[in-house]
Design a protein around this ligand. Structure first.
Ligand code: SAM
Length: 299
């Protein structure tokens, strides 16, 4: 208990100016991941802007904090930003939280922060949980670089266009995914990326049924269908970036397709190239189509 009081007194030692917006991270599952500073800040601000007032009221109840709440979701960010600025002009301090994790990371908040900064007020980050960093930390993927792609578009066409632009990146790719789309998204990745890429499926992080599963992309669908629970819950998907071997495979595929496209249709070229190179027909078809249309992106 003495140690806990000590930590709380550390939280109080930093200066907490008035007329300031505090961007406060909250837990992504386990409420005990709330930081001392986050608790301290939420206890001392004049009001809290939050994504869903019911969720935040529940969190505050667990923390024993009572504060006025302002709803700040993706449809009213500009309007709420003005309300917050009015309060800051009156010398109040305001905290911004989202439902879980760090505000403005695939969550509302960026527009509010932008407007508050434009109005000349200080914005102070209060760091804590974020699903992207939590998943990466337990992945064991040996790459210092990662590309956070967030949520992919819901419709297959725009989704695949985004995936194609990412397929050349050497950084680890990070996606957020809603439970009802996890299987579709993994299948789309498996169609467009080499099955041998390492993958990590981080599910229900910091919660009771947490799983951080590492496999090859080609094995992921089987893992998901192995247990009905795995088609539920929140996921972070990590996918190994492009490697030198994969670059060599792509160059070889292009060389073979270029020859075949001189005398075959796109479909035939993809089919023959798949037999000749052992690479995936679907991916070769996409590549052949791009080469045929002249909009292929070079490595
Ligand atoms: N702002 C949050 C953050 O900092 O991580 C992200 C909010 S975003 C609306 C919600 C998505 O984050 C989920 O669909 C899932 O992809 C990921 N996520 C959030 N909590 C998670 C958890 N406990 N386990 C796995 N993924 C999680």
């Amino acid at each position: 208990m003495a140690e806990m009081n000590d930590l709380l007194s550390h939280a109080a030692q930093q200066s907490y100016p008035a007329s300031c917006l505090y961007v406060v991270a909250t837990p992504i599952g386990n409420v005990a991941d709330m930081t001392y500073r986050a608790h301290h800040v939420l206890s001392r601000v004049d009001c809290i802007a939050c994504e869903d007032t019911r969720n935040t009221a529940h969190l505050l109840q667990q923390l024993g904090v009572v504060k006025p709440l302002i709803a700040a979701h993706q449809h009213n960010e500009n309007e709420v930003a003005q309300k917050i600025i009015q309060r800051l002009m009156q010398g109040e301090s305001v905290a911004l939280v989202s439902d879980a994790g760090t505000p403005a990371i695939s969550d509302p908040g960026a527009r509010i922060v932008d407007a508050v900064r434009h109005a000349g007020f200080t914005v102070v980050p209060v760091p804590g949980a974020s699903a992207v960093i939590t998943a990466l930390s337990a992945s064991g993927l040996l790459n210092d670089q990662f590309h956070f792609a967030g949520f992919l578009p819901a419709r297959a066409g725009p989704r695949d266009t985004v995936l194609k632009t990412l397929s050349r990146l050497t950084a680890t790719l990070v996606f957020y995914e809603a439970p009802h789309r996890i299987t579709d998204t993994v299948e789309a990745l498996n169609t467009l990326f080499p099955s041998s890429r390492k993958m990590v499926l981080a599910r229900e992080l910091t919660k009771l049924f947490e799983e951080v599963h590492r496999c090859e992309l080609g094995e992921a669908t089987a893992w998901l269908s192995d247990n009905a629970h795995r088609q539920k819950g929140e996921y972070v998907i990590l996918l190994e970036g492009a490697t030198a071997n994969q670059d060599a495979d792509l160059l070889e595929a292009k060389r073979v397709l270029a020859i075949l496209l001189e005398s075959c249709s796109v479909k035939q070229a993809a089919s023959l190239a798949a037999q000749l190179t052992g690479q995936k027909k679907n991916a070769l078809y996409q590549l052949a189509l791009e080469m045929h249309n002249g909009d292929e992106v070079n490595p």
